[in-house]
Design a binder for this molecule. Structure first.
Ligand code: ADP
Length: 298
């Protein structure tokens, strides 16, 4: 069985051009093997839009040379392909930077309110793309925690971007960020249908306190079988719009940042209802919790 996607573009009436990306079973298997080889897969992902660009350049030089409306349409498709390459390269660079920082523990102190203020600002361009709203539930007086502010902001932006990108409701993509003081998420959550611990060290020794950011959407949800694999590099859920727009690197970046902070990532997703990602960062040693007698147990 041959599966594929194709797009039909007319250069001029009666001269259709069909661009096809065909994938039969054996090619899919080869891609799956390649996904574990980072360089091979990244090259493959870049080569696809590059091949399309090269093809269009040839067409603009040749068959479409005297057809301004067709040229206009081709240029638009080319801009889309160039944008795709740009997004992929940005993500690859981000992943590489995060990986390089991983052996240095973050030394800064991060204020939750300051993080939220930055996230609100930096999420604005993401919200402009469609009818989405960002709600924030920020309790007063949350303690600071040890972390790299830029990276914590990046984690939240990646989660918000996904919540918007994969939201199913065209008219109401409501994304909510909630912040709470919490203990590390207990391993008991593992194995619960629809909820999965997807990353983080086991809780050993005493209970650790930290701050949990939850990003919740009312999108289509993610089937349980995908949850454990979401943070793998290049992993995208088959059939989702991610096939076309995503890089499969967003959650891999999130995972590396959380690793560096010795934090946790959990996901709770219900198909047809929505998804909630929680990222948890431990407090540094010096944080006093006196003001937080009502710590929420998850
Ligand atoms: P991408 O850069 O392609 O968005 P990610 O690593 O961020 O990749 O996400 C991996 C996959 O997880 C996506 O392809 C998407 O199918 C799925 N996903 C992530 N977040 C959500 C969400 N909030 N709702 C539904 N699916 C999601």
């Amino acid at each position: 069985a041959v599966r594929g996607q194709f797009r039909r573009i007319s250069i001029a009436p009666g001269q259709p051009v069909v661009l096809a990306t065909l994938q039969d079973g054996s090619e899919r298997d080869a891609l799956e093997r390649m996904r574990t080889d980072f360089v091979a897969y990244a090259s493959h992902e870049l080569r696809t839009p590059l091949a399309a660009l090269t093809g269009f350049i040839e067409t603009l030089r040749g068959p479409a040379a005297d057809d301004p409306p067709a040229q206009q349409r081709f240029l638009e498709v080319m801009a889309g392909q160039a944008g795709r390459m740009q997004r992929l390269l940005d993500r690859l660079l981000m992943l590489s930077r995060v990986q390089m920082s991983e052996h240095r523990k973050p030394r800064g102190t991060v204020s939750p309110a300051a993080i939220v203020a930055r996230v609100r600002d930096e999420a604005l361009p993401l919200l402009e793309g469609g009818p989405a709203s960002l709600n924030v539930d920020l309790p007063a007086g949350l303690p600071d925690f040890a972390g790299d502010a830029d990276q914590v902001v990046q984690v939240l932006l990646n989660l918000i971007e996904n919540a918007i990108k994969y939201g199913s409701d065209e008219h109401n993509r409501a994304v909510t960020i909630g912040l709470r003081v919490r203990q590390a998420v207990p391993a008991a959550l593992m194995g619960v249908v629809g909820a999965g611990k997807i990353h983080g060290p086991e809780m050993g020794g005493g209970v650790r306190q930290g701050i949990a950011f939850t990003v919740t959407d009312n999108g289509p949800g993610i089937e349980a079988r995908h949850l454990p694999r979401l943070t793998e590099r290049f992993y995208r859920v088959e059939g989702s719009s991610a096939r076309r727009t995503g890089t499969g690197l967003g959650l891999a970046i999130v995972k590396h940042i959380i690793d560096r902070h010795d934090g946790r990532l959990t996901v709770d997703s219900r198909v047809g209802k929505g998804t909630s990602f929680t990222v948890w960062f431990p407090f540094g040693d010096g944080v006093s919790l006196k003001r937080h007698e009502t710590v929420i147990d998850t």
